[in-house]
Design a protein around this ligand. Structure first.
Ligand code: PG9
Length: 645
């Protein structure tokens, strides 16, 4: 048997042993309680509480809480002992762990809505404290309270009703629970001392369901989870839905055969979130009021936001929550951690679940849990809480160098902007002299884009890889580069290391013979032909020699180039500016590698197909609206990157 198989088996055994250890550790050391916690409008929230058995009046513990829309039942410590608290580490450090079904979900009462809009705390009536402190009083006219007030009331109740607590509360959560953590920050309860939004959703028009307005069609299968009022206390699998359990229907071909998204209506006519998605194709008040970013002002708890550079679901969220708090709440202890992880994979003990083809070993998640996350919570919930954590402002992993790096500011103060031109001869050049003869910038690259023959977003396009896609974030892009409808630009072989740290901005000069178009830009690390494999490669079938590794990618729905609220058609064949940000990176392109940019207009079924003929609402486009078009990218298009020493 291959030795990698032995190591995998050994790892699996060790893991299951660890999980059992963790499971038995929970049962030996924690006692579980369940409560229906009343909120100010009388709605009761189902809450599971795990109290260390050795808690006493002289041995008090802080709370560490997670609020979730995914049900506390199957995801509580019993089932995922290694996840009691953000990781097994904190379970052994001992906290009073709290898991709560949010309003309207599973065993909690109330009505579910996605990304509950925050209701800013109105000026309190004379002599009264803010609405958050007026328990028992209905909040503003906006109807049901928000996540901030539900968290406030929950904390108020826990402090009074769970004995042997030390009066301090932490909150954490990954993905949607990361949103609920961020949503607790406005008007937070004074006992909430530390919050760690991890892979948090911040705004569904830029995270998860859309990227710059392009619909993430790969999320079609998640609508049964988010668009149906949950049936109450159950551990029923989210996936118990004919539309999802269709095997072949996960596939690229099926989605191609499905045709325009209007056909999905046959499946989802009773799905309230699908109806909301279809009826709000632009960034209107429906989406804007669900963003948490405008409410991150005067944040009192300490915040450590965590994300993964290979996170296909929520990369916009962590980066923009951290940057927004830096801007709108300057006095807050606000830090950022970005590791070489896929979605939430820092909470697992093993690397092979890092959701990435390329990673650097199992110890990274454990290093993060023990040296970063535990230090943060232990300081603010058990220690002095004075902010002197010895943790840096930004703890970021360089995915090209295989090493953590710390920064006292992010974006890094020493970053220098460098502009690379997209030249017609395929050069990615910092000056036009390397360009085509017509280096004046009037040269262009051209391709025909056919929405009926779209560029696959992944080489293995047989399924959407489960609940949500992930592999493409670090996948080899040679399958795309071979297509005539993908433009490729690359530097000469690098004669020294090139480190990018920070945002990437695509400033495209484009034209189309149609009246609408999407633009996808991909940043790729081209390995030399003789590159040896990393010793920890999770996928033994990958050969790094010649690998064209995706480092960062983003889509921009061209109609939103001037405004996400007010879309505009393109004028056929008119040179038009399309500028958009790709999320941050920290990546060294090593000497001997090349830096590559690919540009394309379809990315299926990661994003839905643009008819390339302007229609008011692409969700309602007819088959006949879809048309081929010839697209051009002009030489005076540039990609701005941030270069670090
Ligand atoms: N952010 C993730 C997600 C949200 C909505 C749909 C699919 C995924 C998550 O909460 O896991």
């Amino acid at each position: 048997m291959k030795n990698w198989l032995y190591s995998l088996l050994a790892l699996t055994f060790a893991l299951s042993a660890q999980a059992q250890n963790a499971g038995s550790f929970v049962r030996e050391n924690y006692q579980k309680f369940e409560y229906k916690i009343p909120t100010r409008d009388g709605t009761k929230l189902h809450t599971a509480v795990y109290v260390p058995k050795d808690a006493s009046s002289t041995n008090k513990y802080p709370f560490l809480m997670q609020r979730t829309c995914y049900s506390v039942a199957p995801y509580g410590p019993d089932a995922y002992a290694a996840q009691v608290g953000p990781s097994g580490t904190l379970m052994r450090d001992k906290y009073i762990f709290v898991y709560q079904d949010v309003r309207g979900r599973w065993a909690s009462e109330g009505k579910w809505t996605n990304m509950t809009p925050n209701i800013p705390d109105p000026q309190p009536a004379a002599g009264k404290k803010g609405k958050k402190a007026q328990t028992g009083v209905a909040t503003s006219t906006a109807g049901a309270p928000d996540e901030s007030s539900d968290t406030y009331d929950t904390i108020e109740w826990l402090l009074k009703n769970v004995p042997n607590n030390n009066g301090r509360v932490g909150q954490w959560g990954i993905s949607y629970p990361g949103f609920y953590t961020a949503a607790s920050l406005p008007d937070a309860h004074p006992a909430l001392k530390a919050a760690s939004p991890q892979a948090p959703v911040s705004d569904f028009f830029f995270d998860d369901f859309h990227h710059n307005g392009a619909f993430i069609q790969a999320y079609l299968f998640t609508y049964p989870v988010f668009g149906i009022q949950t049936p109450g206390p159950t551990t029923k699998s989210w996936y118990d839905n004919a539309f999802i359990r269709t095997g072949s229907k996960d596939g690229y071909q099926w989605q191609l055969d499905l045709g325009p998204l209007k056909n999905v209506q046959n499946y989802y006519k009773d799905n309230f979130y699908w109806q909301e998605t279809v009826e709000h194709p632009n960034y209107d008040e429906f989406w804007q009021k669900r963003s948490i970013l405008p409410h991150l002002k005067n944040v009192k708890p300490a915040v450590m936001t965590v994300g993964g550079w290979f996170d296909a679901e929520d990369l916009y969220g962590p980066l923009n929550i951290y940057k927004t708090i830096e801007k709108t709440s300057p006095g807050t202890y606000n830090t950022l951690v970005m590791g070489p992880f896929g979605h939430g994979r820092w909470s697992r003990e093993t690397g092979h679940t890092l959701h990435s083809n390329i990673y650097f070993g199992d110890s990274i998640a454990t290093f993060y849990q023990r040296n970063i996350e535990a230090k943060f919570f232990n300081h603010f919930l058990k220690g002095t809480g004075d902010g002197k954590t010895s943790l840096p402002e930004a703890y970021l992993f360089n995915t090209g160098r295989n090493e953590w790096r710390t920064f006292d500011k992010w974006p890094a103060a020493e970053a220098e902007t460098r502009s690379y031109s997209l030249l017609a001869n395929g050069a990615l050049a910092t000056n036009r002299t390397m360009g085509s003869p017509d280096a004046s910038g009037n040269g262009f690259s051209e391709f025909m884009s056919d929405p009926m023959k779209p560029v696959p977003y992944t080489e293995d396009n047989t399924t959407t890889q489960g609940f949500t896609p992930f592999n493409y974030m670090s996948e080899d892009q040679r399958f795309a580069g071979r297509r005539p409808d993908v433009l490729t630009f690359q530097t000469e072989v690098l004669t020294e290391d090139l480190t990018l740290g920070g945002e990437i901005t695509a400033k495209l000069k484009v034209s189309t013979t149609g009246t609408d178009a999407d633009w996808v830009v991909k940043l790729i690390d081209v390995y030399p032909p003789d590159e040896p494999n990393h010793p920890y490669m999770p996928n033994r079938n990958i050969v790094l020699g010649g690998y064209q590794q995706m480092v960062r990618s983003e889509a921009m729905r061209g109609r939103f180039r001037n405004s996400f609220e007010k879309p505009e058609p393109f004028k056929p064949s008119e040179i038009t500016d399309v500028t958009f940000r790709l999320q941050d990176v920290l990546h060294t392109f090593k000497k001997g590698h090349r830096m590559m940019i690919q540009v394309q207009s379809t990315w299926f079924p990661l994003i839905d197909r643009n008819p390339q003929k302007y229609v008011d609402n692409i969700f309602k486009a007819e088959e006949s609206d879809f048309q081929k078009a010839t697209h051009r990218v002009y030489e005076n298009s540039v990609i701005d990157v941030q270069v670090l020493k």
